[in-house]
Design a protein around this ligand. Structure first.
Ligand SMILES: Nc1ncnc2c1ncn2[C@@H]1O[C@H](COP(=O)(O)OP(=O)(O)OP(=O)(O)O)[C@@H](O)[C@H]1O
Ligand SMILES: [Mg+2]
Length: 318
């Protein structure tokens, strides 16, 4: 079911057409990234959905109601740290709950729960200036989630942290998303971040939606030369990053399947991404046994299995 509908939304700044009449929908619990080069209109679109800016034409509907201003139904996390510097981490997270007049014990319950979820349980009494950039973004995320919004709106939330912290934040955020199942609209200009996080990618160019598709389809079937160039020459490698070893392996036939175990270091779990398996295969050569969660061999994987044709076959089945 779609919860957000962007209908004919256009935004003009004097002579600049930042957004050309744009339509797109976001389904409930989907993680959608808005991706594209600098200046293509990503933040403009997100700000309009947030109610921080007003379109010069068209409408945005959330659960069928027109958005005209910011609201507690949309939680926001932006790149620049927007915490209140005079409030502790705990009180930053409590802020929206207090505004709503929630009793303090209940506020604290909720805030401590979300601080735990984002790995900041020991930092409740710290102030923002005592935190690293990554920790400030975790706090901002906890604050947004504490309000239990209908949607999360995020504009390059991990853009200002170093690459290693960024990768860790992405992984933690994916884990949290699996737990809490929010509908998310997430702006990034980083194709790897979009492919890693998104259920669907909305790729924009010059204020227009160029292609709106799952990462798998965007990578496998770019709709234009622009998309093909934007996703990069390594798009087949990126596709391997979205496929599990188990889906490309040669399964053992029934007689042997699952009945024997291996001690060999040179084996891979079926849940590993095919991209990581590629690395292992380049190192080891030949073929590697594939294991299930119990350590039983369920198949084998070799370089020959990691072909585009094999991925295509898997994707068609999916
Ligand atoms: N307040 C404004 N006044 C005038 N022009 C603006 C304003 N905000 C955005 N624009 C213009 O609208 C276009 C889209 O800007 P926007 O900030 O949405 O891009 P973006 O895709 O978020 O880029 P980036 O990746 O650099 O953040 C740009 O040409 C920008 O200069
Ligand atoms: Mg922007």
């Amino acid at each position: 079911m779609n919860i957000l509908s962007v209908r004919g939304v256009e935004r003009r700044f004097d002579t600049t057409l930042a957004l050309q009449a744009t339509d797109f929908d976001v389904a409930e619990n989907d993680f959608v990234t808005i991706l594209g080069p600098s200046g293509c209109g990503k933040s403009t679109l997100l700000r309009i959905v947030a109610g921080l800016d007003v379109p010069t034409a068209g409408n945005v509907l959330l659960d069928g109601r027109r958005i005209t201003s910011p609201g507690a139904d949309r939680g926001m996390v932006f790149q620049s740290y927007t915490l209140f510097p005079w409030l502790s981490v705990l009180d930053n997270v409590c802020f929206g709950l207090r505004e709503r007049g929630m009793p303090r014990p209940q506020q604290l319950d909720i805030a401590h729960g979300f601080l735990q979820k984002v790995g900041l349980q020991g930092f409740a009494n710290h102030y923002p200036k005592q935190l690293s950039g990554g920790m400030q973004q975790r706090t901002a995320l906890a604050r947004a989630l504490a309000n239990n919004p209908r949607m999360l709106l995020m504009d390059e939330p991990f853009g200002a942290v170093d690459p290693i912290t960024r990768e860790r934040l992405q992984e933690e955020f994916l884990r949290i998303q699996r737990e809490i199942q929010k509908t998310i609209l997430f702006v990034t200009h980083d194709i790897d971040e979009a492919v890693k996080l998104a259920d669907r990618i909305c790729l924009m160019r010059d204020g227009k939606v160029e292609q709106y598709a799952t990462p798998e389809n965007l990578l496998a079937y770019p709709s234009s030369d622009f998309v093909r160039d934007f996703v990069g020459a390594d798009r087949e490698l990126k596709r391997l990053g979205r496929v599990s070893v188990a889906s490309l392996m040669r399964p053992l036939d029934g007689a042997e399947g699952g009945s024997w175990k291996t001690e060999s270091k040179n084996s891979v779990p079926g849940t590993l991404s095919a991209r990581d398996a590629l690395s292992r295969l380049l190192e080891a050569g030949g073929e590697l046994p594939v294991l299930d969660a119990q350590g039983s061999i369920i198949g084998t994987i070799s370089l020959n299995d990691l072909t585009v044709a094999n991925m295509d076959q898997h994707q068609r089945k999916a």
